[in-house]
Design a binder for this molecule. Structure first.
Ligand code: URA
Length: 435
């Protein structure tokens, strides 16, 4: 078999056999297919689409590109959550310690920033010393010691996703349900979980902007998990505006710590609690999601979730003093304001553009090897439905280099739609798939 023939087949709308997909994934993982051929195939798959059998074969080939871990030595259910990605989406940093503090183990394999969205790994790495590249043995040890461990795909676990994810990020081949399903489910099914809670974003800051596409993606992922014998549910949640008040790596760590201290933005807190509640229910720690919600709130109020995060940071080599002293996190040197050009109600945002602007300022990658500037960030002062007046600050930009500041500012200001009409309220959690 030759990669060039598979690229041509997909380019011409053909359907791959399982053997062809297995060849593509295993040869690419071994380094026998170069990035340029994989990029061409990804673009062909993005444009032509993948059938359900192709998505199933791709997910399984990527899952079996590395080890499928089990944790027989750790008692009880292991449960994880994964989000399809958005702007300011930092719930993993909040719910992993809540759920671990409640006694359910969370072995979490996450990703880096993808497209305009931020990644859990990059956020955690803004904590000085935090190691997201633990060996499998250390992943086990940390999980056993504190009930949570957060790492990236490795050469041992989900190596195909590690390589393909980085390539998709810089070749504009992210927003495709088949590729997203295979990417997410291959790493989640490799991490030894019994159940998975999916947060599928919808709206202008999501990869799937239309609700019907988000539901389709959610159904594909839930079906994949259930086919593999795992419990799964997907929450379709709003991404028409950033989640919380901050986007940018250290800023999001601080905002997560604030929620764990019982403060922080209501939308971020509510969604984190809801996802944790489902994890408690699936983890058989509570008899219902309602009970899970109460337990999650209690663990935040008592400070146990915060303590758990501190322990997790230390066990992964990070400086846990950041929990009390935010000045230990990287910070940007300068600030600029983006002001409203009109008065009225904030009716909508083009949320993806905030992520693009952040990336331009150094908070994202244009090439695989680009470093992230963890100190840059966007602070949002208004929410959809708020009344604003001309000249009012909508966003504070925290930046280090002004090379692209003008362009970033322009993108941000153009992303706000101010109207005379107050927009109708939108629900944070739109619906559930899989129950
Ligand atoms: N998150 C992932 O892990 N993979 C994707 O493709 C999109 C979001």
């Amino acid at each position: 078999m030759r990669a060039v023939d598979l690229i041509r087949k997909k380019r011409d709308s053909g359907e791959h056999s399982r053997e062809e997909i297995n060849f593509l994934i295993s040869a690419y993982t071994r380094g026998e297919i170069p990035d340029y051929q994989m990029s061409a195939w990804l673009m062909a798959a993005w444009i032509r689409g993948l059938s359900r059998p192709e998505i199933a074969a791709l997910t399984e080939a990527m899952l079996h590109s590395g080890e499928v871990v089990t944790f027989p030595e750790i008692a009880g259910m292991k449960v994880d959550k994964h989000s399809t990605g958005g702007v300011g989406d930092k719930t993993s940093l909040i719910l992993a310690p809540i759920v671990a503090a409640g006694g359910v183990s969370v072995p979490m394999i996450s990703g880096r920033g993808l497209g305009h969205t931020g990644g859990t790994l990059d956020k955690l790495e803004s904590i000085p010393g935090f190691n997201t590249t633990l060996t499998l043995a250390d992943f086990r040890r940390v999980l056993g010691q504190c009930g949570m461990a957060l790492i990236g795909q490795t050469a041992e676990i989900a190596p195909a996703d590690k390589k393909i994810y980085a390539l998709r990020d810089v070749t504009s081949t992210v927003e495709n349900v088949g590729l997203i399903c295979a990417s997410i489910m291959s790493k989640k099914l490799a991490e030894g979980i019994d159940a998975l809670v999916l947060d599928v974003k919808t709206g202008s800051g999501a990869f799937m902007q239309k609700e019907q596409d988000s539901v389709h993606l959610a159904e594909l992922m839930v079906e994949t998990a259930q086919r593999m014998g795992k419990k799964a549910v997907a929450l379709i949640t709003d991404m028409d505006q950033p989640l919380g008040r901050f986007a940018g790596h250290s800023h999001e760590v601080i905002e997560s710590l604030e929620v764990l201290k019982g403060r922080g933005a209501a939308d971020l807190r509510d969604l984190s609690i809801e996802l944790a509640a489902w994890m408690f229910y699936f983890g058989e720690r509570t008899k219902s999601v309602d009970e899970g919600r109460v337990l999650a709130q209690k663990l935040v109020a008592s400070g146990e979730a915060l303590e758990k995060f501190k322990q997790g940071i230390a066990l992964q080599g990070g400086d846990s003093r950041v929990v009390a002293d935010y000045s230990l996190l990287p910070q940007a040197k300068s600030r600029a304001q983006v002001k409203s050009s009109a008065s009225g109600f904030l009716a909508a945002t083009n949320c993806m553009e905030f992520g693009v602007a952040l990336a331009m300022l150094g908070g994202g990658r244009e090439k695989k090897e680009d470093p992230i500037d963890p100190g840059v960030g966007l602070e949002f002062h208004t929410r959809i439905g708020d009344r604003v007046t001309a000249g009012e600050t909508l966003v504070t930009i925290h930046y280090n280099s002004d090379a692209k500041l003008g362009e970033a500012k322009q993108r941000i200001v153009e992303s706000f739609h101010i109207s005379e009409q107050q927009p109708p309220d939108k629900k944070l959690i739109r619906r559930l798939v899989g129950v």
